[in-house]
Design a protein around this ligand. Structure first.
Ligand SMILES: *Cc1c(COP(=O)(O)O)cnc(C)c1O
Length: 342
């Protein structure tokens, strides 16, 4: 039997319809600005999120790096969550390649950084200090939707103190779809509302949206012009990238609204594991389920699950991520395997 891969929503394979869109994409040399499909994607995502411009980049990591380097110069500082992807899981790129000092701050369980801590971390204008320039937030963070009132207050604080705002919205559309599910309304307008609080937003096409490659960085014309230079310098100038942009356009057309299926699957998975002794399931808000295991259960759990046909990541805390290539039937089978194995 085919293993059920819940390690990440990055493991999806392009659907036949997506492959067809890729195969028939009109292309040109994007380093010359000649690729019509890349240009269409950049215009589409910028308009969707309410920005002047966007830049197609190979990865979320490069997107965040270009964003940080476009906001901050050498000797500047950005304020970021201690467990934020940008700070923790991107090889320290902002510091290594951008000479940007990170100021990481502990996050609360919902992913927010307390406003008082942000305020206290902003350095005075004094030669002893790096220049505080930017606040970077992440949404969703650990599958959780950053509360909109928090984003509003953080933006107000940033504006008052002269900081720019960047959103690592790798899973922004999961946040928007979860918000639409909880509060009503349309996911696309929630995405625009969330994005509207930021000077720049990075979104991934290669996670829940199911494209093989690619992210977009959105911002003002000027900002994107700066980011474009950094992308080139980082080696992210791509040629006939329209074959990839076509996958992302297909994903925006067909894979945004269906994210609520992934969220329903995550809830079903969480409910199916609820009453297991020695197992604590964190209620999922989007497509990521965390499962805490009592130490005796944790030893070798990931390996035993793998042998039984369910792939997941973690150790004491398992991470199970639902996505396009996991069906309702797969979830039922995963629940049975997890229950038998744990
Ligand atoms: C995956 C991810 C990234 C980086 O994306 P890559 O395409 O893997 O480089 C950045 N931020 C968050 C929150 C992510 O989940």
């Amino acid at each position: 039997m085919k293993p059920i891969d819940l390690r990440s929503d990055t493991v999806t394979k392009p659907t036949p319809a997506m492959r067809a869109a890729m195969a028939t994409a009109e292309v040109g040399d994007d380093v010359y600005g000649d690729d019509p499909t890349v240009n269409a994607l950049q215009e589409r995502i910028a308009a969707m999120l309410g920005f002047e411009a966007a830049l197609f980049v190979p990865s979320g990591t490069m997107s965040n790096l270009c964003a940080l380097m476009s906001h901050c110069a050498r000797g500047d500082e950005y304020i970021v969550g201690q467990m934020a992807h940008t700070y923790r899981w991107e090889g320290g790129g902002a510091a290594v390649l951008g000479s940007i000092q990170p100021q990481p701050l502990a996050q609360q369980p919902d992913g927010s950084i307390p406003l008082a801590e942000i305020e206290a971390a902003i350095k005075p204008d004094d030669v002893h200090y790096a220049r505080s320039r930017l606040l970077a937030l992440e949404n969703t963070w650990g599958g959780q939707v950053l509360p909109l009132p928090y984003i509003e207050s953080a933006t107000a604080l940033a504006r008052r103190r002269g900081l720019a705002m960047h959103l690592d919205g790798a899973r922004l559309f999961n946040a928007a779809v979860a918000t639409a599910q909880a509060a009503g309304g349309d996911a696309r307008s929630h995405a625009r509302t969330i994005a509207g609080h930021f000077d720049s937003v990075s979104v991934c096409f290669s996670k829940g949206l199911g494209a093989p490659v690619g992210s977009a960085l959105c911002g003002s014309q000027d900002f994107i012009a700066r980011a474009h230079r950094w992308r080139k310098m980082a080696g992210g100038g791509m040629r006939q990238a329209g074959v990839l942009a076509a996958a992302a356009l297909h994903a925006l057309d067909h894979h945004v609204d269906r994210l609520d299926e992934d969220h329903a699957h995550a809830r079903a998975l969480a409910e199916g594991l609820q009453d297991l002794p020695g197992v604590t399931v964190l209620p999922p808000q989007s497509n990521i389920v965390f499962v805490d295991l009592a130490p005796p259960k944790a030893a070798g759990a990931v390996e035993r699950l793998r042998a039984a046909g369910v792939l997941c990541s973690g150790s004491v805390r398992l991470r199970l991520v639902t996505h396009l290539d996991v069906s309702a039937a797969d979830i039922q089978r995963a629940i049975a395997v997890l229950r038998a194995t744990l």
